[in-house]
Write a protein that binds this ligand. Structure first.
Ligand code: ATP
Ligand code: MG
Length: 159
């Protein structure tokens, strides 16, 4: 369905409000002006956003910050990103992070729960939508995951 990105990001933040409050993590949503509504599979993109949000919360210490943002990248794509001020990911792991079942350093992940599937599923869904997903991270500083979605050209939208 055709979705308003700002509403969608607000709703992600709402879905996690309990966990966010529990860890005293402040969340902000920032959508650049001119980000158009986008045709997407709502359930699937929510699954992507929920995965990224739950990672951001899991790997951010109490009192941290998470920012959800969206901007127009170029004429044919928008970008949506989830940025956290969490523990980050070591450089040597960055190339594997989208692999199925890959989890950084079992010691730090053991008590966090999870299977290591979240990011690989997110990548499949984004790919199926015609977008790309990338992750940038600095150890002990934070992580930003950004995915793109194509926007239809003016006048060529499905009815
Ligand atoms: P699942 O999502 O299946 O519950 P998971 O969260 O461990 O399990 P992924 O979401 O695929 O799996 O993430 C893979 C690994 O990448 C995680 O185990 C974690 O080590 C690291 N990671 C992912 N997101 C972040 C983040 N925002 N900050 C720090 N590390 C992260
Ligand atoms: Mg995960």
């Amino acid at each position: 369905q055709k979705m308003n990105i700002s509403d969608m990001l607000d709703e992600v933040a709402d879905r996690f409000s309990f966990q966010l409050r529990q860890k005293a993590i402040r969340v902000s949503v920032r959508v650049e002006e001119g980000v158009p509504d986008v045709w997407l599979d709502r359930d699937q993109i929510d699954q992507v956003l929920d995965n990224l949000m739950s990672n951001a919360i899991k790997y951010t210490l109490d009192g941290g910050r998470i920012e959800l943002s969206a901007y127009r990248r170029d004429a044919s794509t928008i970008a949506i990103s989830v940025r956290d001020t969490g523990i980050g990911i070591p450089k040597k792991d960055l190339n594997h992070i989208f692999d199925r079942f890959y989890r950084v350093d079992k010691a730090r992940s053991r008590n966090m729960g999870g299977t290591g599937l979240g990011l690989s599923i997110a990548r499949e869904i984004v790919k199926a939508h015609g977008g790309t997903i990338t992750l940038e991270s600095e150890l002990n500083v934070g992580t930003t995951v950004t995915f793109t979605l194509p926007v239809p050209h003016e006048g060529s939208e499905p009815a």
